[in-house]
Design a protein around this ligand. Structure first.
Ligand code: FES
Length: 152
């Protein structure tokens, strides 16, 4: 079994048995985004404790990449500070844009399984859908709820 097979298995595992799936009651932030190219959708709910992401959950539907990415991201960011979550989001984007590789990516944990997406430009929006949700959820915008489409 090569590394690609391991990563494929990890993605399928998160797709079939998603972590942090659901909708939080009375969230501090709720962000709904869809990929207008395919209609796939993610709804992210967040609760903060001070500066920490105390609870995070996602719901939605879509391709295995978008849903596995949401599961992996939610598990990774639960318990992280806002600043650390922003840093990891920026690191994930750099990975997908092929700007960083190797040991510099270790902090991404299971999200490293999605590195191969950078070679398939049509799937990049799939992998970023959940991360676009968290970026909006961490923004200082005072709205409790955001609903919008990703730019085409
Ligand atoms: Fe829709 Fe992947 S095909 S997000």
């Amino acid at each position: 079994m090569n590394l690609d097979d391991v990563y494929q298995d990890l993605i399928l595992d998160h797709y079939k048995s998603p972590r942090c799936k659901g909708v939080l009651l009375n969230p501090d932030r709720k962000v709904d985004l869809n990929n207008p190219l395919c209609g796939d959708q993610i709804s992210l709910t967040l609760k903060f404790s001070g500066d920490t992401i105390a609870e995070i959950a996602f719901d939605g539907h879509g391709c295995s990449i978008s849903q596995a990415a949401a599961s992996i991201m939610s598990e990774l960011l639960r318990g992280k500070s806002r600043e650390e979550a922003r840093r990891l989001s920026a690191l994930f984007r750099k990975m997908i844009k092929s700007e960083v590789d190797g040991d510099a990516l270790n902090d991404l944990g299971d999200a490293l399984a999605l590195e191969g997406v950078k070679r398939h430009s049509a799937r990049i929006k799939c992998a970023l859908l959940a991360w676009d949700c968290i970026d909006r959820g961490l923004s200082e915008t005072p709205h409790a709820s955001l609903r919008e489409e990703m730019p085409k």
